[in-house]
Ligand binder design. Structure first.
Ligand SMILES: Nc1ncnc2c1ncn2[C@@H]1O[C@H](COP(=O)(O)OP(=O)(O)OP(=O)(O)O)[C@@H](O)[C@H]1O
Ligand SMILES: [Mg+2]
Length: 186
Protein backbone atom coordinates (compact mmCIF):
# COMPACT_ATOMS: atom_id res chain seq x y z
CA UNK A 1 0.00 0.00 0.00
CA UNK A 2 1.32 3.47 -0.84
CA UNK A 3 1.81 6.05 1.91
CA UNK A 4 -0.83 8.31 0.32
CA UNK A 5 -3.44 5.57 0.36
CA UNK A 6 -2.49 4.69 3.93
CA UNK A 7 -2.92 8.35 4.94
CA UNK A 8 -6.38 8.46 3.37
CA UNK A 9 -7.46 5.15 4.84
CA UNK A 10 -6.23 5.83 8.37
CA UNK A 11 -6.92 9.57 8.27
CA UNK A 12 -3.37 10.65 9.01
CA UNK A 13 -3.47 14.37 9.78
CA UNK A 14 -2.17 16.83 7.19
CA UNK A 15 0.56 17.89 9.62
CA UNK A 16 2.14 14.47 9.45
CA UNK A 17 1.69 13.52 5.81
CA UNK A 18 5.17 14.70 4.80
CA UNK A 19 6.80 12.62 7.53
CA UNK A 20 9.80 10.80 6.07
CA UNK A 21 12.91 9.65 7.88
CA UNK A 22 15.03 10.64 4.86
CA UNK A 23 13.70 14.24 4.87
CA UNK A 24 13.52 15.01 8.53
CA UNK A 25 15.79 18.03 8.78
CA UNK A 26 14.10 19.58 11.82
CA UNK A 27 15.21 16.61 13.87
CA UNK A 28 18.76 16.56 15.27
CA UNK A 29 21.12 14.25 13.41
CA UNK A 30 21.57 11.77 16.26
CA UNK A 31 17.80 11.17 16.35
CA UNK A 32 17.62 10.72 12.58
CA UNK A 33 20.42 8.16 12.92
CA UNK A 34 18.47 6.41 15.70
CA UNK A 35 15.45 6.33 13.39
CA UNK A 36 17.42 4.90 10.47
CA UNK A 37 18.93 2.22 12.73
CA UNK A 38 15.48 1.39 14.12
CA UNK A 39 14.13 0.82 10.60
CA UNK A 40 16.75 -1.87 10.01
CA UNK A 41 15.52 -3.76 13.06
CA UNK A 42 12.39 -2.38 14.76
CA UNK A 43 12.49 -2.63 18.54
CA UNK A 44 10.54 -1.18 21.42
CA UNK A 45 11.02 2.54 21.95
CA UNK A 46 9.81 4.98 24.55
CA UNK A 47 9.96 8.48 23.10
CA UNK A 48 9.45 11.08 25.80
CA UNK A 49 9.60 14.85 26.04
CA UNK A 50 7.60 18.05 26.17
CA UNK A 51 4.89 19.12 23.72
CA UNK A 52 5.62 20.11 20.16
CA UNK A 53 9.09 18.56 19.95
CA UNK A 54 8.27 16.21 17.08
CA UNK A 55 7.65 12.90 18.84
CA UNK A 56 4.48 12.01 16.92
CA UNK A 57 6.07 13.15 13.67
CA UNK A 58 8.96 10.75 14.26
CA UNK A 59 6.57 7.84 14.84
CA UNK A 60 4.98 8.51 11.45
CA UNK A 61 8.45 8.59 9.86
CA UNK A 62 9.17 5.19 11.43
CA UNK A 63 5.80 3.77 10.48
CA UNK A 64 6.14 4.97 6.89
CA UNK A 65 9.55 3.34 6.53
CA UNK A 66 8.47 0.15 8.31
CA UNK A 67 5.49 -0.07 6.00
CA UNK A 68 7.72 0.36 2.95
CA UNK A 69 10.19 -2.27 4.14
CA UNK A 70 7.92 -4.83 5.78
CA UNK A 71 4.40 -4.13 4.49
CA UNK A 72 1.43 -2.83 6.41
CA UNK A 73 0.43 -6.29 7.53
CA UNK A 74 0.36 -6.32 11.34
CA UNK A 75 1.40 -2.70 11.89
CA UNK A 76 -0.93 -0.44 13.84
CA UNK A 77 -0.68 3.19 14.96
CA UNK A 78 -3.13 4.26 17.66
CA UNK A 79 -3.61 7.17 20.01
CA UNK A 80 -3.60 6.07 23.62
CA UNK A 81 -7.01 7.68 24.17
CA UNK A 82 -8.55 5.81 21.21
CA UNK A 83 -7.06 2.57 22.47
CA UNK A 84 -8.51 3.20 25.90
CA UNK A 85 -11.90 4.04 24.34
CA UNK A 86 -11.87 0.71 22.50
CA UNK A 87 -11.06 -1.13 25.72
CA UNK A 88 -13.85 0.68 27.56
CA UNK A 89 -16.33 0.04 24.78
CA UNK A 90 -15.50 -3.67 24.78
CA UNK A 91 -16.09 -3.75 28.51
CA UNK A 92 -19.46 -2.04 28.31
CA UNK A 93 -20.55 -4.20 25.36
CA UNK A 94 -19.21 -7.63 26.32
CA UNK A 95 -18.30 -7.27 30.00
CA UNK A 96 -14.69 -8.20 29.28
CA UNK A 97 -11.64 -6.54 27.77
CA UNK A 98 -9.73 -9.76 27.12
CA UNK A 99 -10.35 -9.97 23.36
CA UNK A 100 -9.49 -6.32 22.73
CA UNK A 101 -6.28 -6.54 24.71
CA UNK A 102 -5.41 -9.77 22.96
CA UNK A 103 -6.01 -8.14 19.57
CA UNK A 104 -3.56 -5.32 20.37
CA UNK A 105 -1.12 -7.74 22.02
CA UNK A 106 -0.86 -9.82 18.87
CA UNK A 107 -0.07 -6.98 16.45
CA UNK A 108 3.55 -7.33 15.36
CA UNK A 109 4.46 -3.66 15.51
CA UNK A 110 2.31 -1.31 17.57
CA UNK A 111 2.64 2.46 17.91
CA UNK A 112 0.88 4.05 20.91
CA UNK A 113 0.82 7.84 20.75
CA UNK A 114 0.39 10.07 23.81
CA UNK A 115 0.70 7.42 26.48
CA UNK A 116 -0.42 8.89 29.78
CA UNK A 117 -3.32 11.11 28.69
CA UNK A 118 -5.74 8.59 30.18
CA UNK A 119 -3.71 8.44 33.29
CA UNK A 120 -3.86 6.70 36.47
CA UNK A 121 -7.02 4.76 37.27
CA UNK A 122 -6.71 1.23 38.59
CA UNK A 123 -8.45 0.01 35.45
CA UNK A 124 -6.07 1.71 32.98
CA UNK A 125 -3.11 0.50 35.00
CA UNK A 126 -4.44 -3.06 34.86
CA UNK A 127 -5.31 -2.96 31.14
CA UNK A 128 -2.03 -1.36 30.13
CA UNK A 129 -0.13 -3.76 32.33
CA UNK A 130 -1.72 -6.68 30.55
CA UNK A 131 -1.05 -5.22 27.10
CA UNK A 132 2.54 -4.21 27.80
CA UNK A 133 3.31 -7.42 29.64
CA UNK A 134 1.97 -9.56 26.76
CA UNK A 135 3.94 -7.62 24.20
CA UNK A 136 7.06 -7.58 26.37
CA UNK A 137 6.83 -11.32 26.97
CA UNK A 138 6.61 -12.09 23.26
CA UNK A 139 9.19 -9.43 22.37
CA UNK A 140 6.85 -7.62 20.02
CA UNK A 141 8.12 -4.11 19.27
CA UNK A 142 6.02 -1.32 20.73
CA UNK A 143 6.75 2.35 20.07
CA UNK A 144 5.32 4.67 22.72
CA UNK A 145 5.34 8.46 22.82
CA UNK A 146 4.59 10.36 26.00
CA UNK A 147 4.76 13.76 27.64
CA UNK A 148 5.29 12.09 31.00
CA UNK A 149 8.72 12.15 32.59
CA UNK A 150 10.18 8.79 33.60
CA UNK A 151 9.31 9.57 37.25
CA UNK A 152 5.72 10.32 36.32
CA UNK A 153 5.38 7.15 34.27
CA UNK A 154 6.38 5.09 37.28
CA UNK A 155 4.08 7.06 39.57
CA UNK A 156 1.13 6.92 37.16
CA UNK A 157 1.33 3.35 35.91
CA UNK A 158 3.11 1.60 38.76
CA UNK A 159 6.34 -0.29 39.12
CA UNK A 160 5.31 -3.39 37.17
CA UNK A 161 4.66 -1.46 33.93
CA UNK A 162 7.69 0.73 34.56
CA UNK A 163 9.91 -2.30 35.06
CA UNK A 164 8.95 -3.69 31.64
CA UNK A 165 9.42 -0.29 30.01
CA UNK A 166 13.02 -0.40 31.20
CA UNK A 167 13.62 -2.97 28.46
CA UNK A 168 12.55 -0.37 25.86
CA UNK A 169 15.07 1.99 24.33
CA UNK A 170 14.34 5.43 25.78
CA UNK A 171 14.69 8.42 23.49
CA UNK A 172 14.50 11.87 25.02
CA UNK A 173 13.21 14.90 23.10
CA UNK A 174 13.91 17.15 26.09
CA UNK A 175 15.98 20.19 25.23
CA UNK A 176 14.70 20.37 21.64
CA UNK A 177 12.78 23.47 20.51
CA UNK A 178 8.99 23.58 20.41
CA UNK A 179 8.21 23.29 16.69
CA UNK A 180 4.68 24.65 17.07
CA UNK A 181 4.10 28.32 16.35
CA UNK A 182 7.33 28.60 14.37
CA UNK A 183 5.70 30.23 11.38
CA UNK A 184 3.38 32.50 13.27
CA UNK A 185 3.58 36.23 12.56
CA UNK A 186 4.45 37.95 15.82
N1 LIG B 1 11.11 16.63 11.68
C1 LIG B 1 10.12 17.48 11.41
N2 LIG B 1 10.09 18.15 10.25
C2 LIG B 1 9.10 19.01 9.97
N3 LIG B 1 8.06 19.28 10.80
C3 LIG B 1 8.03 18.64 11.97
C4 LIG B 1 9.04 17.71 12.34
N4 LIG B 1 8.75 17.22 13.57
C5 LIG B 1 7.61 17.82 13.93
N5 LIG B 1 7.17 18.67 12.99
C6 LIG B 1 5.96 19.49 13.08
O1 LIG B 1 5.98 20.10 14.37
C7 LIG B 1 4.73 20.06 15.00
C8 LIG B 1 4.84 19.34 16.33
O2 LIG B 1 5.23 17.99 16.14
P1 LIG B 1 4.54 16.78 16.91
O3 LIG B 1 3.07 16.89 16.83
O4 LIG B 1 5.17 15.56 16.39
O5 LIG B 1 5.03 17.06 18.42
P2 LIG B 1 4.87 16.16 19.71
O6 LIG B 1 6.21 16.10 20.34
O7 LIG B 1 4.22 14.89 19.35
O8 LIG B 1 3.91 17.03 20.64
P3 LIG B 1 2.83 16.54 21.74
O9 LIG B 1 3.63 15.99 22.87
O10 LIG B 1 2.10 17.80 22.10
O11 LIG B 1 1.96 15.54 21.09
C9 LIG B 1 3.78 19.38 14.02
O12 LIG B 1 3.07 20.39 13.28
C10 LIG B 1 4.70 18.62 13.08
O13 LIG B 1 4.15 18.51 11.80
MG1 LIG C 1 2.34 14.05 19.81
Amino acid sequence: MSWDIFCELYQVGARYRNAHIGKCDKLPEHLIDEGIEWCKKPKSLLIHGSSGRGKTYLTYCLLREAMRLYGLHQIRWVKSKALDDQILQAFSQYGTTTDTIRKFSEINLLFIDDFGVDRGSERTERDYYELIDNRWEHMKPTVITTNLTPEHIEKTYGSRIFSRLKDFKWISFEGLPDLRGENQCR
